[in-house]
Ligand binder design. Structure first.
Ligand code: PLP
Length: 392
């Protein structure tokens, strides 16, 4: 076994037998989330050298997050999905430690979470993890304020709103939901996982009256297993009561014990968040556009391809602006299908992964480095050179 001071002679890729990936898909958990900046990594390295009381670190970090968002209190969590389970558990148990340690047994608790029918989405699964039951309000045509109110019972613990689905067919806005919730004395819980840009939108959820709001750090350059909740003090105290800390040292076997965190990640989330707030986002978007145009230029003479700069949104739609992706339509002249081209890119070393759709590939540059953009262009040239008949 090598001594601890001896540098590893092989790269992690060699030691673990894993292929290096060029991620032209964007920010995806299955591809590792985002890339940590040197200063975020440095802050994580610094805290790694020392110990702290996790409860103190979480409290201080939470205050740093809450301030800029106009919230009374905050807590770093291992992601938005984890945040959803913590927020829902808090709505059911409050600060009752006995109730918290019985979860997912919710007998005797308000255990229903109301969601508008057209707000169903893939992460509503995290709600049920707590033992809560999802109660759908309205139907496929939408949800009226009356329908929302009629889904509320004596067992309702909270109303849940996925922020990115604002404007979904017939749905009530957050402000309208808050109005109904207030009349019934209920809290409103918001998943704003990727609503971290534009920056001005971030404080909007608390301002609109949400009691708890969560964000995912993967979308603002933080650790993949990071995120945070901000909200009203009383609700945040309930969140903290269910969090992983004090499981070993406190009076209760807290529900959130499986959601434990490293101090390095806590520091990484806060540092990335502060960097995100201070970042020149105009420069960030200008960089994306530059990379996209660079790639388009590299492949412009390849037969059968047609490139269009577009914005590949967080919810995987293509719209014109602001540009972060190159959409490459693969025509018959390419001598290969879009699927075939995507496959050829993905089996290379490094593997180039992009979004493959019927007849086209989408290269999203959000997390790419400049040299990786060049590698993508070069690989496309190599693969297609081998396919297309040489033109004299
Ligand atoms: C990614 C995502 C989540 C989960 O966030 P994690 O931090 O990965 O747990 C929840 N909601 C939405 C809308 C997301 O995009």
């Amino acid at each position: 076994m090598p001594s601890q001071t001896e540098p590893a002679s092989q790269s992690v890729f060699e030691r673990l037998h894993i292929a290096l990936v060029i991620n032209a898909c964007g920010i995806y958990t299955d591809l590792g989330g985002s890339r940590l900046s040197p200063s975020v990594w440095a802050a994580m390295t610094e805290i790694n050298q020392q110990f702290v009381r996790m409860t103190h670190l979480l409290e201080s970090a939470g205050n740093l997050l809450a301030g800029p968002l106009g919230a009374e209190s905050g807590l770093v969590t291992p992601g938005a999905a984890a945040s959803i389970t913590l927020m829902v558990s808090a709505a059911m148990t409050g600060t009752d430690g006995e109730a918290g340690q019985r979860l997912p047994d919710t007998i005797g608790l308000r255990n229903e979470i109301v969601l508008q029918r057209n707000h169903r989405y893939k992460y509503d699964r995290q709600i049920g993890l707590t033992g809560a039951r999802l109660e759908l309000a309205g139907n496929n045509a939408g949800t009226s304020a009356i329908q929302l109110a009629s889904a509320i019972t004596a067992h309702t613990a909270a109303i849940f709103v996925p922020a990115h689905l604002a404007g979904a067919r017939g749905t009530l806005s957050l402000v309208e939901v808050v109005a109904v919730a207030r009349r019934h004395g209920l809290p409103v819980i918001v998943d704003a996982a990727y609503m971290c840009w534009p920056l001005e939108a971030m404080p909007g959820y608390v301002a609109a009256g949400a009691d708890l709001v969560c964000f995912s750090a993967k979308y603002f350059g933080g650790p993949n297993a990071g995120g945070f909740i901000v909200g009203r003090r009383a609700m945040m105290e309930a969140v903290v009561a269910n969090n992983f800390t004090r499981y070993e040292s406190g009076a209760y076997r807290t529900f959130g014990r499986t959601l434990k965190m490293d101090r390095q990640t806590v520091v990484g989330v806060v540092t990335a968040f502060e960097e995100w707030l201070a970042m020149d986002h105009t420069e960030r978007w200008a960089r994306y556009r530059r990379y996209v145009l660079m790639l388009a230029k590299m492949i412009e003479d390849l037969p059968g391809l047609r490139s269009t700069p577009m914005y590949f949104t967080m919810d995987e739609r293509l719209v014109p602006e602001p540009v972060n992706s190159l959409v490459v339509d693969v025509g018959p002249g390419a001598g290969i299908t879009a699927g075939g081209l995507g496959d050829a890119l993905s089996v290379g070393d490094p593997a180039i992964l992009c979004m493959v759709e019927e007849g086209r590939l989408i290269f999203c540059v959000d997390v790419l480095r400049e040299e990786e953009v060049h590698q993508i262009g070069a690989s496309l040239r190599t693969i297609l050179a081998g396919r297309t008949p040489a033109v004299a």
